[in-house]
Design a protein around this ligand. Structure first.
Ligand code: AGP
Length: 607
């Protein structure tokens, strides 16, 4: 997913855009660039493959004073990684940055080539700019040229265009994230593909809907306007106080965002029940609770999908509601059997994952009510769903999701609890708050044992392959643990239902394979017998199991004892923190880029 930032203000536009782009580094990118109107009112463009620092070095050599600038960090989809294909693209004093994919780019490009248009890059993005230029050359006003072009292109995108002659900036989206912000004190107006880029720079933030043209203008007092495609003023946007903070020393004492976010979990766990039982979350929980449905379709991607598997267990066990969790990328294409009296439940940290958004649109189209468990308020998923439950994970920078998984599951547990009559009793809420607090305490205690887990990681990180196995509620945790290790340590790891190993995968077990066996209180004996199967085949065994269980300990090469008492249905989250730490330390020993793993983006807004 590419990063977009635009700035208009009395000064320091390039510096503001670079600052915003640096906050989007966590998404992953392969080049960066800016275009701006200099003090002689000419458009200047600087773009460079590699890190933003490469671009900054070039900019520092220029004596720049600009009041209008757009910038981009590219995660290449069309066109190889090189300076020419980097954004911004420019022509005739117009400049463009783009996030998304133009699905009909090649046919549009052919049409323009026939008209003699000369392209510089191999990107689909440049086609949008070329069409705008073509319309302007045929007499269109710029705003009309942008609207006409927007109507022609297909696919999920956000476009930001800078008019080098006036310094004004236009922005419009279709299915990709776009936010605007105003700093009413300093009269600055900004646009971005991610609210986090604007944290601390604006005091009010706006989330325009699709087909709403945002106009950031200079000079007059009205810095930000929204228009429908017929150029009538639009009211189709959500606005709120910008409460995201950006602390430059973000990582604090931690070496990586991922480790910091693992350590944030106890506090986030403790505050979630307060938010929903006594705080601002009560209304949204009540609205979700009032929804009437006979069955739940849970769809999500990656880690969020694994959280959905745990939430399914809660809804079926505590509410006797039939649930079918599915990968959004599969659900959206298989013509699922869904009925209007059923609920679509969508789990997402970013609220911008293309497959999850498509699954939500499918359910909405079929007349289902839709509910999100989402982290980013104002995200596309948040705006598209009937109701929303915020997971309150704070900004998650590490590409490998940690605290978001925990908060997704716990918010799902609170939703499940709210559906039961006993939820109306204060005593029930008190007991649940205590259980959440116990989980937080156990995670705190576990984090204090990080050195012990680091030692296990150091002993196993060089093995060839890894199985994470679990039964029942621990199976989703096995899947999530394997994903973490794949994502950040680049080693082959499989999450497997422990009872399934003997149906084939056990053929893989040998001295070069490590099995991380989750042996929690549920189905304990069964899970232990699976460990014995691996032992018999000389696999290396790391067991995460109950403290003091001699049998399990003697079977294992490495034993990580846990205190499960009192956690009950929350124990998968306790075990999961062990896997988060194991993968973190194994990646550290392997020397990979933990916060920005290769090939990955924090939010996959394209299919
Ligand atoms: C998790 O560590 C990964 N970064 C990835 O699987 C992620 O969970 C998935 O892309 C879904 O993202 P979302 O929660 O923002 O929808």
């Amino acid at each position: 997913m590419c990063g977009i930032v635009g700035h208009l203000g009395p000064q320091n536009s390039v510096e503001s855009v670079i600052e915003g782009l640096k906050r989007l580094e966590y998404r992953g990118y392969d080049s960066a660039g800016v275009s701006f109107v200099d003090e002689t009112n000419h458009l200047k463009v600087f773009k460079k493959t590699g890190k933003i620092e490469n671009l900054q070095k070039i900019l520092e050599e220029q004596n720049i004073s600009a009041r209008s600038c757009i910038g981009h960090t590219r995660w290449a989809t069309h066109g190889e990684v090189n300076d020419t294909n980097s954004h911004p693209h420019s022509k005739n004093e117009l400049s463009l940055v783009h996030n998304g994919i133009i699905e009909n780019a090649s046919e549009l490009r052919d049409g323009l080539l026939k008209k003699g248009y000369e392209f510089n890059s191999k990107t689909d993005s440049e086609v949008f700019l070329a069409l705008v230029v073509d319309h302007v050359e045929n007499g269109f006003e710029l705003i009309d040229a942008i609207i006409a072009t927007y109507k022609i292109v297909k696919g999920h995108s956000a476009f930001v265009i800078l008019n080098g002659k006036t310094g004004e900036i236009f922005a419009i989206k279709s299915g990709a994230p776009l936010v605007c912000g105003i700093n009413t004190v300093s009269s600055e107006v900004l646009v971005s593909s991610d609210p986090y880029a604007l944290a601390g720079m604006v005091d009010k933030i706006y989330f325009p809907e699709d087909k709403v043209l945002c106009h950031l203008s200079v000079g007059n007092t009205n810095l930000l306007n929204f228009y429908e495609l017929d150029k009538e003023k639009s009211k189709r946007y959500l606005s709120k106080k910008q409460d995201m903070v950006h602390d430059p020393a973000d990582k604090g004492d931690f070496e990586h965002f991922m480790l910091k976010e693992i350590h944030e979990q106890p506090e986030l766990i403790r505050s979630l029940t307060q938010f929903y039982f006594q705080g601002e979350g009560r209304d949204s929980l009540e609205k979700a609770r009032q929804m009437d449905f006979s069955k739940v379709h849970i769809t999500a991607c990656g880690t969020a999908y694994y959280a959905g598997l745990v939430v399914r267990d809660y809804l079926e066990k505590f509410n006797k509601i039939s649930c079918s969790p599915e990968l959004a990328s599969e659900f959206r294409y298989r013509e699922p059997l869904i009925k209007p009296n059923e609920l679509g439940l969508f789990i997402s940290q970013s609220g911008e994952t293309a497959d999850t958004l498509a699954a939500q649109a499918l359910c909405k189209e079929a007349g289902l009510k839709t509910l999100s468990l989402v982290n980013v308020e104002g995200s596309t998923l948040f705006r598209d769903c009937t109701e929303n439950l915020l997971i309150r994970a704070g900004v998650e920078i590490g590409v490998a999701s940690t605290k978001a998984f925990t908060q997704q599951v716990l918010t799902g547990r609170i939703f499940s609890a709210s559906l039961n009559e006993e939820f109306q009793n204060e005593s029930f809420k008190v007991e649940m708050t205590k259980k959440f607090a116990l989980l937080a305490q156990r995670v705190d205690e576990l984090l204090a044992r990080s050195e012990e887990i680091k030692e296990v990681a150091e002993s196993i990180y060089n093995y060839e392959g890894f199985f994470f196995t679990g039964r029942g509620v621990y199976f989703p945790v096995a899947l999530e643990g394997a994903l973490k290790l794949k994502e950040i340590a680049y080693v082959h790891a499989e999450g497997y239902a422990a009872g399934e190993l003997k149906h084939g995968p056990i053929a893989l077990i040998d001295e070069q394979k490590v099995n991380i066996a989750i042996v929690g209180p549920e189905l304990f004996e069964k899970a232990l017998s699976n460990v014995q199967e691996i032992k018999a085949r000389k696999g290396v065994i790391v067991t995460i199991g109950p403290r003091g269980n001699k049998e399990a300990e003697e079977l294992s090469d490495y034993y990580i004892p846990l205190d499960f008492e009192g956690l009950d249905e929350l124990s998968p989250l306790y075990v999961n923190v062990v896997n988060q730490l194991l993968s973190y330390y194994m990646a550290k020993f392997k020397g990979t880029d933990i916060d920005k793993p290769r090939n990955l983006a924090k939010s996959v807004t394209v299919e």
